[in-house]
Write a protein that binds this ligand. Structure first.
Ligand SMILES: Nc1ncnc2c1ncn2[C@@H]1O[C@H](COP(=O)(O)OP(=O)(O)OP(=O)(O)O)[C@@H](O)[C@H]1O
Ligand SMILES: [Mg+2]
Length: 257
């Protein structure tokens, strides 16, 4: 597996006595141990169309320590989004073993997966995917409609999330009244409003200029270092990958060089 590590950011990593730390995570020569929050073993994903079977993930093994901020790169069609969707519980592996945030994704019903997503996953998309007819605040409240949280508590949590992303003065704005960077901040507020364990971001800066992209990456770094979120980010942008603590490369459904 090929890895790189940026020098300026270091994810706070909870150290427990369970698993040996991969060399790239060691801060010093002293041996330590990490808790893995994502553990995939020999995962395959195939899609069948008619008589054709397409193998998109091909025996993939991946361990992500809790509290890390990892970038995932690779050519178009290499399976990056497919992999993120599996980790987020939006789809299931065809075979293999998949543990995410203590849940066995292979054994869960559709209902269990929905509960898993709302409890553990915040998803950020390249195209923001905001509802145009809802204000920023209403967009951020959306994931909480699936929970038992009261409407006043819902509003309070959405306001807090928008404050975290620096948009306290744009809560009543509609997406069309926001810049792309601001729209992505609303989408990030929506992703964190449930206080998820893991944030998965699929090319979150793909539609933004350098300045707006850097602001989003700074925000993701803050969510990682201050709010202790584990982040997995797909990107085509080497400058974005630099902001992560580690970069993995996917090619033809396999992790490697
Ligand atoms: N639901 C699906 N049904 C059939 N084929 C699919 C499905 N989802 C993805 N694929 C195929 O799987 C392959 C990998 O797609 P994926 O979206 O994971 O690539 P990617 O690495 O995210 O690419 P990009 O960088 O362009 O976003 C592609 O060949 C795609 O056509
Ligand atoms: Mg993709």
């Amino acid at each position: 597996m090929s890895t790189t590590q940026s020098s300026d950011t270091e994810a706070p990593i909870e150290e427990t006595a369970q698993v040996e730390v991969p060399a790239q995570y060691r801060r010093s020569a002293a041996p330590a141990a990490l808790k893995m929050i994502i553990e995939l073993k020999n995962v395959t994903k195939t899609f069948t169309r008619g008589s054709e079977t397409l193998t998109v993930l091909d025996g993939l093994t991946l361990d992500v320590p809790e509290g890390s901020f990892e970038a995932l790169m690779g050519p178009s069609g290499s399976g990056k989004s497919t992999l993120l969707n599996l980790i987020a519980g939006l789809d299931r592996p065809t075979s293999g073993a998949a543990q995410v945030a203590g849940a066995d994704l292979m054994k869960m019903s559709d209902g269990d997966l929905a509960t898993f997503r709302s409890r553990h996953i915040g998803f950020i998309f390249q195209a923001y995917n905001l509802m145009p007819v809802l204000t920023a605040l209403e967009n951020v409240e959306l994931p909480l409609l699936l929970t038992k949280v009261s409407s006043s508590e819902r509003r309070k949590r959405a306001q807090t999330a928008l404050r975290v992303v620096g948009l306290e003065d744009r809560m009543g704005h509609y997406p069309r009244q926001l810049s792309g960077g601001q729209e992505q901040r609303v989408a990030i507020a929506r992703a964190i409003v449930n206080d998820p364990t893991i944030i998965v971001a699929d090319e979150p800066t793909g539609d933004l200029d350098r300045k707006a992209a850097d602001d989003i990456l700074t925000l993701l770094t803050k969510l990682n270092t201050e709010f202790k979120k584990t982040i997995l980010m797909v990107t085509h942008d080497p400058a974005a990958a630099e902001r992560a603590t580690m970069t993995r490369h996917l090619d033809k459904g396999k992790l490697g060089a």
